[in-house]
Design a protein around this ligand. Structure first.
Ligand code: GLP
Length: 251
């Protein structure tokens, strides 16, 4: 795993946007895997700024989001559909039909999961997957204990995840209990992965990711099985690994 240490959130966001833009320059038909949460908002802001100033085009890009809540309307301001529109899609030239997000309101969720994986595969797979990390090490909505072999599936959210995400809702009761998420195996199928982490809150998870066991109880540790992962983390997120950086943290 390549580790890029940056000073703060803004530098992390700029670096991540740079890697995404490099990918689009290399291949204007790039398939991008996108994430939600607070962490990638700055990256999306940098992409929007670049689009405005340098006119990088997304006309041929396809995007695939990691996850979506079950049981809230796509128009609900807290859905990941709304998040993606507000934070990125409404500000760049990507055609709506090329933005893909699991449908948490599908009549048959099992069929929706199969459809989503099949669609990603049929479109050639993901070239670059952007990821955040939960304080308990979750990626997407893959909570501790999720099999590494999992594909897109329905999950029951951990109480700690619901509490962490309650800041976006009026109350904890409003936070959905379930979600659809790409599985660990779907994530590992990406050709390249960029994981972002900022702030002290993520320091334990980053320590475990780099130095803990590769274990299903720590979902992000599966990333150590992938040969092309870049972690961009700020000083606060890397706080616990200081002095240990010479230890190999690869596969
Ligand atoms: N499903 C998302 C994850 O994709 C995200 O990585 C995580 C961390 O969120 P934040 O970036 O706000 O810390 O939260 C949510 O649960």
């Amino acid at each position: 795993m390549r580790v890029i240490e940056v000073d703060n959130y803004d530098e992390m966001s700029e670096k991540a946007a740079e890697l995404i833009l490099e990918k689009i320059k290399e291949n204007k038909h790039a398939n991008l895997g996108l994430a939600t949460g607070g962490t990638p908002v700055g990256t999306y802001r940098c992409l929007i700024k670049d689009h405005t100033e340098n006119k990088t085009s997304y006309k041929n890009v396809q995007t695939f989001n990691l996850d979506e809540y079950i049981g809230i309307d796509p128009d609900n301001p807290n859905s990941y559909h709304s998040y993606m529109k507000a934070n990125l899609f409404d500000h760049i030239d990507i055609p709506a039909a090329q933005t893909h997000i699991p449908n948490g309101n599908a009549e048959d969720l099992a069929i929706e999961c199969l459809r989503y994986d099949k669609m990603i595969e049929e479109k050639g797979g993901i070239d670059l997957q952007l990821l955040g990390i939960g304080t308990n090490g979750h990626i997407g909505f893959n909570e501790p204990g999720t099999p590494f072999a999992s594909h897109t599936h329905v999950v029951e959210l951990a109480q700690s995840t619901r509490e962490a995400n309650a800041r976006y809702f009026n109350s904890l009761d409003e936070v959905p209990t379930h979600a659809l998420t790409m599985g660990i195996s779907s994530i590992l199928a990406s050709k390249g992965i960029v994981l972002l982490a900022s702030g002290e809150m993520k320091a334990d998870a980053i320590y475990e990711l780099l130095y803990g066991k590769i274990d299903e109880e720590m979902p992000a540790s599966a990333l150590r099985k992938h040969s092309n992962v870049t972690l961009i983390a700020d000083k606060d997120a890397l706080k616990k690994v200081k002095g240990q950086r010479s230890v190999a943290c690869g596969q």
